[in-house]
Write a protein that binds this ligand. Sequence first.
Ligand SMILES: [Zn+2]
Length: 404
Amino acid sequence: MSYSVRGEEPVVVEALRVRALPEGSYDRLLEFLRLYRDGVQMVVDRIWSINDKLSKKKLHKLFYSSLVSTGFRAHHAKEIYIYAKSLVDSAKSNGGRKPALRKLSARIDKYDYKLDLDNMTLTLKLHNGYEAKLRLRTLRERVEKYRGWSNYELVVKYDRSGFWVSIYFRRTIKPLKPRTVMAIDLNFDNVTLAIFTPTGRLIRLKRFKTSQRKILTHRIWIERIQRRYSRSWRFIKGVKKAIDRHGERIKNISWGYAHKLGDLVAELALRYCSIVVLEDLEKLRDNKKRSKKFNKELTLWFYRRIQFCIEYEARERNLEVAKVNPRGTSSKCPRCGKKLAENKHRVLKCRKCSFIGDRDVTATLNLYRKYMSKYSRCGVPGVALNAPKPNENPSGMRGKEMRR
Ligand SMILES: [Zn+2]
């Protein structure tokens, strides 16, 4: 899955990769794939030594007619020289050698295939007017999802296991106009989510326990086993198997958790029509709040997974997602910006302005503030939120002026 922004409308692209069984003989299809590969190779060979910039127009002029005269359709030809060019470009930028193609794979434009989702069949237009019909081998539910999306390109591959196709689907999201802001703070023990109105009033607060401890228990088992068999664990079958089993459990627990949470969070966000504000984990490097004594890598990996699911589920519901730098969000006073001190267990206090707040709630408040100051003042399209004035305090807090 990937998101890209074209103009102002975000686009979601997903590939559906499935086995495909040819109906009847597939000699022509194989022939096509070989011709295609040779076509790409021919273009690669010819442009490898050309150091000038090659525009699409130039490529067209150089190769179109010869490819078409081999029996390719117009869009086959286009796909071939563009693909060849991208191979050459990437080989050159990596300082590699001239690509030599072996695998049988072809990129096919949407004008050269017909996809029938009702009957789960795919008809490919091949060279010299031939056609090949393939049956898609997958569960109907997997395909159902893409009804209403537009498909634009696909890749057919042939290997020892048979034919595979990856069909690319695209959907434009029309984001809902957010009415509230949902800030989400991830922590070792729990996920805290808070929904704020544009004026900064907290209208919903929810905490979910994470499954981090369970995950960590399995991780500790793995480490214990590895320590005990420090030299040999890789080679003893039973030991390796035990480690794999714990690894498998970690994967299952975390995916299961992340999916469920993503769904719950997105449902709630939909109900309140929120824009979802997450911590930008890429900027987490110098944040010390996380896992001093715990497994840092594992924690971060788990956070990423949770965020991925929240983001995915939110976008599925046409909700917007924004990320803000989490720096300082769990250690600074949301009112005056001073460093907070621990008051009681999980409660923080500001010595300067006497703000008191639960650690996780404080973090969501800071995320909300950061989002508001970063985005709403420069006017994100479609976001009808009012930025708080520089000297205005959010969430009805009274006290000294905000310092920036
Ligand atoms: Zn303060």
